[in-house]
Design a protein around this ligand. Structure first.
Ligand code: TPP
Ligand code: MG
Length: 320
């Protein structure tokens, strides 16, 4: 990976953390109804995004994927319009629940709230790509808890049999809201589930964006060669509660959170870039200022934007 790409990945990780932090403030101010955070998952999401053809391939994200959609090309303004449910929200015109990402322009598939369904959707898109021979790869993102759902298994099986150009990207943070992984499944690694479908299952340190980039690139290349899907398991951790409606003190110790915090991907990657002479103090400061300005601009822009007109309430619900 070139130093330029490392810096770009770092930039998007830092941008996401800053947008994320602002979303929580807006929530606590009573302005954003509910917040789902990618805080802690940035390396997995941004590292994988840059291994794909951003805006050209298809992604089927889930609610945890703020850093992913930012790295994919959604602007902070567009994110904030969604977070504050404004009429101009390009994801859904302020109609979907927050963190339900979807943009036709960027090939981000609109998802449902039912976890794991995006695996089946991405598999369907990959089947279309195979029929159209358009060379695109579809990537589904999902938590480890959702791999207990039927759609996960149906999607892997179908995609494997048909050798579809799809990548199943698991962000394993060890919890499904309050349920720890050991109560969710009897295997230690989600990647082990790939064997049941005859496809490769790859485990990667989800807090290292370079390693994530490498395995995602390999999986995308394999998919484009027509050799079929790969299941990637990026092991990571979320540092904040499941959502702004959750209190994680009820189910995990502060000691455990602090232990993982030592491996905060944003901090460790920054330290690495500095140690390797890739990111200077001046560049870091300039980036921080650029990000601060962008987040402030996006917040002001979205706060001033109009809410959806109540007269349009039934639009997209009933045929017109
Ligand atoms: C089929 C289904 N069951 C339950 C829920 C409620 N729910 C929303 S998120 C979530 C936890 C999912 O955990 P995981 O897949 O590990 O993702 P994470 O939030 O940890 O990234 C649950 C149970 C749902 N949306 N869909
Ligand atoms: Mg989880």
């Amino acid at each position: 990976m070139t130093p330029e790409l490392m810096k770009e990945i770092y930039y998007y990780m830092a941008l996401s953390r800053a947008v994320d932090d602002r979303m929580w403030i807006l929530n606590r101010q009573g302005k954003a109804p509910v917040v789902y955070s990618s805080n802690g998952h940035e390396a997995a999401q941004v590292g994988s995004a840059f291994a794909l053809r951003r805006g050209e391939d298809w992604i089927a994200p889930y609610y945890r994927d703020l850093a992913l959609v930012l790295a994919w090309g959604m602007t902070p303004r567009e994110v904030m319009l969604h977070v504050l449910a404004r009429a101009a929200d390009p994801n859904s015109g302020g109609r979907q629940m927050p963190a339900h990402w979807g943009m036709r322009r960027l090939h981000i598939l609109s998802g449902g709230s039912v976890v794991a369904t995006q695996n089946a959707h991405a598999t369907g898109i990959a089947l279309a790509s195979k029929m159209l021979k358009d060379g695109r790869v579809a990537v589904a993102y999902f938590g480890e808890g959702s791999t207990s759902q039927g759609e996960f298994h149906e999607a892997l099986n179908f995609a494997a049999v048909w050798k579809l150009p799809v990548v199943f990207f698991n962000e394993n943070n060890g919890y499904a809201i309050s349920v720890p992984q050991r109560k969710q499944m009897a295997v230690v690694d989600v990647a082990a589930k790939a064997a049941g479908y005859g496809i490769p299952g790859v485990i990667v340190d989800g807090n290292d964006p370079v390693k994530v980039w490498e395995v995602t690139r390999a999986a995308a290349e394999r998919a484009r060669r027509g050799e079929g899907p790969t299941l990637i398991e990026a092991k990571t951790y979320r540092f904040v509660p499941h959502s702004s409606d959750d209190d994680d003190r009820a189910y995990r110790s502060r000691e455990e959170v602090m232990e993982w915090k030592k491996r905060d991907p944003l901090v460790t990657f920054e330290q690495r870039l500095e140690a390797e002479g890739i990111l200077s103090a001046e560049e870091k400061a300039a980036m921080a200022k650029q990000i601060r300005d962008l987040v402030n601009d996006a917040t002001d822009y979205a706060e001033k934007a109009a809410l959806p007109d109540p007269a349009t309430l039934e639009r997209y619900v009933y045929a017109e």
